[in-house]
Design a protein around this ligand. Structure first.
Ligand code: 8YV
Length: 328
């Protein structure tokens, strides 16, 4: 890293206060009109930058990384998930990668809980009835959904966000089950009264609601494959606020259409920003435009994390939020 201020290229428009601080600290190139960069622009950016600050909408694959100039030593992702970056190639090229863990946990868990409630209780369907002027008065069989309390929630991925979801869900009377690479600390299991399932297959077959909270890595791509989705009860619901790629979206859409699953709450999609047209036609789904972490406070905190990572690195220290191969 040169002694002068590092050249930091930011790919998208960030909150004003974050950009102001970045400009004070670094030689910062901002993207004022927020138009996502083309591949050619991205290659140009990595050729010149000391630090690149991408977001989930930028695909920093090996084709881009191999073209990076000698100065690029840090990719400071504005986001927690790093599946938009070929981290392995970056590390091989001596480029450090950082992310923004922790600061999105509570917001994402809130949105997950909102979907866990919204889908079985048909919240959005109800809103649409009012909007379409179809509400002619209460009736005993009007808009009946499924009770949430007492149901079994299966959390796939019991990291920070999974645990934050479990805390909320427990307060709503759900029974907590989870699948993870390894069990969480016994104290946490006790606090959450959570049951660990080593076998994802066995857990899926027994759950009323399944929440996806694991990162997207090569190991979790289509973790909920057609075979596994078919293990789920036809009365079950599925909620995904992690990454679309974790579920075989096409099969999911077909199963929701044919009643092999009861409903889904999806904040993420396999081919974002495209949303499977089959899903858009269904009544038993709540679809959100990747807004799980979209709070003003969250975005400011993410910006703060990015700044700390760059500043620490520029000062010659190891940045706090380094992505290491074991995380992938
Ligand atoms: C972020 C997310 O807003 O952090 C993540 O992994 O999925 C989002 O909620 C996004 O990644 C910004 O780059």
């Amino acid at each position: 890293m040169p002694a002068k201020k590092p050249l930091v290229i930011v790919t998208r428009k960030l909150p004003d206060a974050v950009e102001t601080r970045m400009r004070e600290l670094f030689d910062t190139r901002l993207n004022h009109d927020d138009k996502p960069m083309s591949q050619a622009e991205m290659i140009e950016a990595v050729k010149n930058a000391d630090v690149l600050v991408p977001t989930v909408t930028d695909r920093i694959d090996s084709k881009i990384i191999v073209r990076a100039g000698p100065n690029l030593k840090l990719i400071a992702n504005f986001g927690t998930g790093v599946d938009n970056i070929d981290v392995k190639t970056a590390l091989e090229k001596g480029i450090t990668v950082t992310n923004t863990p922790g600061v999105l946990t509570e917001d994402t868990a809130d949105m997950t809980m909102a979907l866990i409630l919204a889908v079985p209780r048909r919240l959005v369907e109800g809103v649409k009835e009012i909007e379409a002027d179809r509400f002619t008065g209460w009736s005993p069989n009007w808009m009946l959904g499924q009770r949430v309390q007492g149901k079994r929630l299966g959390i796939v991925g019991m990291g920070r966000i999974g645990q934050a979801v479990a805390r909320r869900a427990k307060a709503f009377g759900l029974q907590i089950h989870y699948h993870n690479r390894k069990p969480v600390h016994p104290d946490i299991e006790r606090e959450l009264e959570a049951t660990y399932w080593e076998s994802l297959d066995q857990m899926l077959a027994r759950m009323d609601i399944v929440s996806i909270n694991c990162p997207h890595t090569p190991a979790t791509y289509h973790l909920l494959s057609a075979r596994r989705l078919k293990l789920m009860k036809p009365t079950a619901y599925i909620v995904n606020t992690a990454r679309g790629e974790v579920i075989d979206e096409n099969t999911l859409a077909r199963m929701l259409e044919s009643g092999q699953l009861s409903g889904a709450g999806l904040d993420v999609f396999e081919h974002e920003p495209a949303v499977n047209p089959k899903l858009k036609k269904l009544k038993n789904v709540v679809l959100l435009p990747h807004m799980g972490s979209a709070t003003i406070e969250g975005r400011m905190d993410m910006g703060e994390k990015v700044i700390v990572n760059i500043k620490t690195f520029a000062d010659g220290h190891k940045p706090p939020d380094r992505v290491i191969p074991a995380m992938l």
